[in-house]
Each structure stands twice: as structure tokens, then as C-alpha cells.
Design a protein around this ligand. Structure first.
Ligand code: SAM
Length: 390
């Protein structure tokens, strides 16, 4: 069976694999569009052949890996894993990496889904065309799939009114929130109206929003999270383990994920020219209405801390910023207090953990003493980029 990344290159470059230099140029061009023009990108950048090619070569695999990682986290929940059919609405779907991520999860047995109803909403016909080709090529054989693309404007409430009858299990905005809402200056109140349409009589509903790891995008995301929880009765599934207001936002700080990734081979040369290909960086939330939380899948008693930073090694100690009971706490452990095989040293960015003793050093700073032991419950796993078709 054909490797999906080879297929991807082939359809972008009409059966000829481009020389590295050409690949590098279009990827850099597209990446600059996102890095330096951020909120000022031309609305129809996917119409430009080079941008579309660069997007498909680089951002499709990156965003596929990100959505894969999040959906894998969601399907960790036993009752969600057991679901046999699922309805997904993907807003600003672009070339549809999100549905490809579901295909990968099905092939790996990470979900028991055998029927998907998928609706992608997208303004750019070219992106839709590519999405269609990928779906046709990589749909798992045993899967029953009913899919369609709506070539329509996602900043218009009518789009959501038309979609509400579907009662999607998952409504996803993957890297599209900024683009859709900035162009029209959509406000939080408008967004709430859109979302409300999907919540009526739909207890299994998951809202997934994934945004770039920039302070501006992440802060907007955290603010939206707080409002959806406060005003619409949502609960976080992940990354947060409680419904308290986001402490990063309160501290004018921001929270993002950094997950290890093994990219497709044709992208690995990019690290030597300064493009990040070994880590997936993004900010996100998954919200639900039924109160299920990723923490329920750990065998934790009561305390769960989410590490929001790297483990920072300093002279005589190491420390990290833990999100705990609605506060960002500076947690340290002295080197002299390390145990043999200390779990503390295994904590990576994004891990969930607990400890049984601590000393309060100040309101926002604690130390785990020698007598304290640490338990790591779950760390986001490495996303490996195997074939989609195996
Ligand atoms: C950065 S891309 C994200 C694509 C895909 N979801 C992903 O994760 O790779 C944003 C997409 O939103 C689409 N978009 C922007 N404004 C839109 C609107 N008002 N209605 C529908 N789609 C829109 C763009 O055409 C683009 O394909």
C-alpha cells in the first residue's frame, strides 16, 4: 500500500517529487505567511498555487498530527472509545487533515468507530478538492463514511443554523478560528450563539478548538474557554482538569502544548534550515457538556497537577510551573532530595502528575521535600508519522 506522504507529494507536484530546494522554498513561503503575517493574511491565500502546495506539504501533516494527538486523548475515555458511530463537523476544514487523523486512529484501533458522518465547511474550492482526493484515497476499507463539503462562509450564523440538525458529536475548529472570526470581527457573544445551536439535546457534544502557539491566539483561546464554561455550562475535558478560570490568562501569561513528533521523512531536512519539525506546538481545548474529564482516566485520588512548562534545571534544583486548583504554582525539588528513579525527573511539558507532601514557600511557590513522592499519571505521547494506509 502506498505511503500517504508520498501520495501527498505526488498530487501536489503532478507525479514528480520536487528537488529539496523547491520544496524548501514553498514551505518557507507558506510558513512566513503564517508566522509574519499572522492576523493579516490575505483571506484567499489557498487560491495561490504556491501557498496551497506549501500548506499541503507542511501544514497538512503538522495539523493532522496535532488533531490526531487530541482525538487520541479524547478516545482514551472508555465510553468515548466504545462509540461505534460519530458525527463530525469541521469548520474551516481546509484540505481536511482532521478526518485523516480519524482514519489513522481507526487503523490503529484507538477507537471502535465504524461509521462516520463528516461535514467540512470551507470557503476555498481548491482546498476542498484536495480534501476529497485524500479521503477517497485513504478511507479505511471497513469504515462506512458519509461525507460532504459545504463551500460556504463560516462567519455567517446561517451556516450553523443549517448544520444544527446534524447534532455533531464533535465540532472542530482546527487553526481556523482566527481566520474566520478576525475577518468579520466576530465577537465572543456571536461565537456563543453559534455554539449554542449545537448543544441542545446533545449531551455527548465535544467542542475542540486548536490554535497556533502564539501568545495572541492562545490568550484568545483561554478567554473563550472561560466564557464557554461560565456562560454555557461547558466543562473542560482537556487540557484542564477543572472549570476554574484560566490562571495563565489572569497572570497575563499563556499556556501551550509542545508534543514530540516524528515527521514524514521528506520534512526531516527542514530542521537544518531552522524550521521546527520535531515538536508540535499549539494551544487547544476540548470542552464537553457532560463533565467527562481526562483526569477520570488516571488512577488519581484527588490531586492532579498539569505541568505547563518544561522541567527547568537550575543550580541545586529543578522546577516547573504546575496548573493546580486554578493557580499557576512554581513547584521545585532540590537535587539533594531526589529519590532513586525519581518520577519528578520524568515530568515533561504537558504531563499530569501528583505528589503527597509539599512545603509552602510562598503563596505561589512550593517545594516537594525528600519525604514527598511524585506520581506521573499521563504524558502526551510521541506522535509518529507512519503510513495512513497501513
Ligand atoms: C489555517 S487553515 C486551517 C485548515 C485546517 N483546518 C487545518 O487544520 O489545517 C484555515 C482555513 O479556514 C478557511 N476559512 C477562512 N475563513 C473562512 C470562512 N469565513 N468560512 C469558511 N472557511 C474559512 C480557509 O480557507 C482555510 O482553509
Amino acid at each position: 500500500m502506498e505511503d500517504w506522504s508520498g501520495f501527498l507529494l505526488k498530487i501536489i507536484f503532478n507525479d514528480k517529487i520536487p528537488p529539496k530546494q523547491q520544496l524548501k522554498n514553498i514551505i518557507l513561503k507558506t510558513s512566513n505567511l503564517f508566522t509574519f503575517m499572522d492576523f493579516k493574511r490575505p483571506k484567499d491565500y489557498m487560491k495561490n498555487q504556491d501557498f496551497l502546495k506549501g500548506y499541503i506539504a507542511y501544514f497538512v501533516p503538522v495539523n493532522l498530527a496535532k488533531t490526531y494527538s487530541l482525538l487520541k486523548e479524547l478516545f482514551k475515555y472508555p465510553s468515548i472509545f466504545q462509540k461505534k458511530d460519530i458525527k463530525i463537523v469541521d469548520i474551516g476544514c481546509g484540505p481536511s487533515p482532521a478526518i485523516l487523523a480519524v482514519f489513522k486512529l481507526i487503523r490503529e484501533g484507538i477507537t471502535s468507530i465504524n461509521y462516520i458522518r463528516y461535514i467540512g465547511v470551507e470557503l476555498e474550492e481548491k482546498a476542498i478538492q484536495f480534501g476529497r482526493e485524500m479521503i477517497e484515497k485513504f478511507k479505511p476499507e471497513k469504515l462506512s463514511l458519509n461525507y460532504e463539503f459545504l463551500n460556504t462562509d463560516a462567519s455567517d450564523i446561517k451556516t450553523y443554523v443549517d448544520l444544527k440538525e446534524i447534532k455533531p458529536d464533535i465540532l472542530i475548529f482546527s487553526n481556523s478560528l482566527g481566520e474566520i472570526f478576525d475577518a468579520r470581527g466576530i465577537r465572543h457573544e456571536d461565537f456563543l450563539k453559534f455554539i449554542k445551536l449545537f448543544t441542545y439535546n446533545n449531551d455527548n457534544f465535544s467542542l475542540i478548538i486548536l490554535e497556533p502557539a502564539t501568545k495572541k491566539s492562545a490568550s484568545r483561546l483561554h478567554a473563550l474557554r472561560d466564557i464557554l464554561i461560565k456562560e454555557m455550562g461547558f466543562y473542560p475535558y482537556s487540557p484542564c482538569v477543572n472549570s476554574l478560570p484560566c490562571p495563565a490568562l489572569k497572570a497575563n501569561n499563556w499556556c501551550y502544548e509542545e508534543r514530540k513528533w516524528i515527521p514524514p521523512k521528506y520534512l526531516s531536512f527542514l530542521s537544518s534550515i531552522g524550521l521546527q519539525v520535531n515538536y508540535l506546538k499549539f494551544s487547544y481545548f476540548i470542552l464537553r457538556r457532560d463533565g467527562l474529564n481526562i483526569g477520570d482516566t488516571f488512577s488519581a485520588d484527588s490531586m492532579i497537577v498539569k505541568n505547563t512548562s518544561h522541567l527547568l534545571k537550575e543550580k541545586g534544583k529543578s522546577r516547573l510551573w504546575g496548573c493546580w486548583n486554578g493557580k499557576l504554582i512554581d513547584i521545585e525539588r532540590l537535587k539533594r532530595d531526589y529519590n532513586k528513579e525519581d518520577e519528578w525527573l520524568k515530568i515533561k511539558k504537558g504531563c499530569y502528575f501528583s505528589f503527597n507532601h509539599f512545603i509552602e514557600l510562598s503563596e505561589k511557590k512550593i517545594r516537594i521535600p525528600r519525604s514527598g513522592s511524585v506520581r506521573v499519571f499521563y504524558c502526551p505521547e510521541i506522535v509518529s508519522f507512519n503510513c495512513l494506509s497501513e
